[in-house]
Design a protein around this ligand. Structure first.
Ligand code: CTP
Ligand code: MG
Length: 237
């Protein structure tokens, strides 16, 4: 039984690049305190996973491999797909897992997630869950989207919902089955892996997430990302 990880880094980072003078750089290769975003993600997940596959944009496989080598971390880099779901499927297939292995599925964009959170998801799966995901309470007030007249919809009880992070961790057989069936013609699209697995009846539990597991998405996320990168470099991470 091994602990393995797919780190998805094959997106283009459209929202991050929107205001950047160099929009050609994919998000995974944006540098934070001298280390590419994807290398930060691999560095932190390597604390808990012994085999890691990274999905890269097809045109940037070599550049991602070099960024990992520059950071002194090791992972197999494979081309991703057109959607995150397709990229995860490519990563799972490259890992060549046994059914009883445990696999973490993690967004490179959540590069600073605390390793303790990843470890908690693994513990939950070891304890018998089919899958485990980190979640956080929602801090904003939530409402139904306004209609065409601009009038707001019903309030949503935020106590009853949670925001979902990664890594999402599964028994390998569960992740492989969820992605095989999720890719079937007519299957509803899902933005995360736990949704696919839950739809098949698997028991997915939640563990406490961490604020550092935020997804680097927009330019305004970069100051916090730089701050965390600098503080981790200061720790000798
Ligand atoms: N991802 C991927 N393959 C895709 C699309 C996304 O591996 N075809 C990865 C991204 O690299 C990222 C994670 O999935 O680590 C979450 O996606 P997101 O934050 O949306 O990143 P991007 O798709 O790159 O950004 P954007 O949507 O702004 O273009
Ligand atoms: Mg995206």
């Amino acid at each position: 039984m091994i602990i393995a990880a797919v780190i998805t880094a094959a997106g283009s980072g459209t929202r991050l690049a929107a205001s950047s003078p160099d929009g050609a750089v994919p998000k995974a290769l944006v540098t934070l305190d001298g280390r590419a975003l994807v290398a930060w993600a691999v560095t932190r997940i390597a604390d808990v996973a012994e085999r890691i596959v990274v999905t890269a944009p097809a045109l940037h496989v070599d550049a991602v491999q070099s960024a990992l080598a520059d950071a002194g971390v090791d992972a197999l880099v494979v081309p991703g797909g057109d959607t995150r779901q397709a990229s995860v499927a490519a990563g799972l297939s490259a890992l060549a897992l046994d059914d009883d292995d445990i696999v973490l599925i993690h967004d490179a964009a959540r590069a600073f997630q605390e390793p303790a959170v990843a470890a908690a998801t693994i513990e939950a799966v070891r304890a018998g869950a089919d899958g485990a995901i980190p979640v956080l309470p929602v801090v904003d007030t939530l409402i139904g989207a306004p209609g065409p007249d601009g009038v707001i919809g019903e309030p949503v009880d935020r106590e009853g919902i949670r925001a979902v992070q990664t890594p999402q961790t599964f028994r390998a057989a569960v992740a492989i089955d969820a992605h095989r069936r999720g890719a079937a013609p007519g299957a509803p699209p899902a933005t995360d892996d736990a949704t696919l697995a839950r739809a098949l009846g698997h028991r997915i539990v939640a563990v406490a997430g961490h604020e550092w597991g935020f997804k680097v998405t927009r330019p305004s996320d970069l100051p916090l990302a730089h701050h965390i990168a600098r503080s981790l470099s200061g720790d000798g991470a």
